[in-house]
Design a protein around this ligand. Sequence first.
Ligand code: COA
Length: 171
Amino acid sequence: MLITRPCREQDLALLRTHIPTPGQPDRHGTRFERQQHGHSTFLIAWSDDIPTGTGQILWNGCAAPEVIQQFPDCPELNGLDVWPPERRSQGIGTALIAVAEDLARERGYHQIGLGVNGGNLRAAALYLRLGYQETGCHYLDRYHYTDSDSTLHDIADPARFLVKNLQSRIS
Ligand SMILES: CC(C)(COP(=O)(O)OP(=O)(O)OC[C@H]1O[C@@H](n2cnc3c(N)ncnc32)[C@H](O)[C@@H]1OP(=O)(O)O)[C@@H](O)C(=O)NCCC(=O)NCCS
């Protein structure tokens, strides 16, 4: 059975066990703290009591200045990840996205956005199929990770921002 709901503090141990975050020590804890401060909702998908997917809604929108300038009142769903890879293409990502959209509707938002990196064609195909639309907004998706030599890498991946109108639900 698949259940998708916001993270609770007691979920963190299982998350750390089942969904690795290489190069980003305690990413799950950081996301939970962000949720506790009211900036986000950290969603977890559970398959038979095992966490198999994560994503977070950033209520204040995308961190990239190129995006927030154009979409100042548009929460962003980011960090979508289904793990392990054998669990992909079974509807978990779609379930996470549907719950995120419902939560945004409940808060009165008329749209929600997400970023997709240039080479991630399969993810883009999924989002477009679910009703997300091209906006023409291209930006650099900046993040960092630490490799096994403890070297910090700052990354800036070209990405584009897609937006879905939440007034008409597409199931
Ligand atoms: C993208 C992702 C979250 C989608 O979740 P999912 O559970 O695989 O998605 P669903 O099962 O609901 O839908 C599957 C569809 O998503 C698309 N898809 C996107 N990325 C995919 C991937 N890496 N593997 C498989 N399908 C992917 C395909 O169109 C697929 O359609 P198909 O089943 O006909 O092949 C997940 O595949 C994943 O974690 N990918 C790696 C990390 C990533 O790319 N995150 C997104 C960053 S924008």
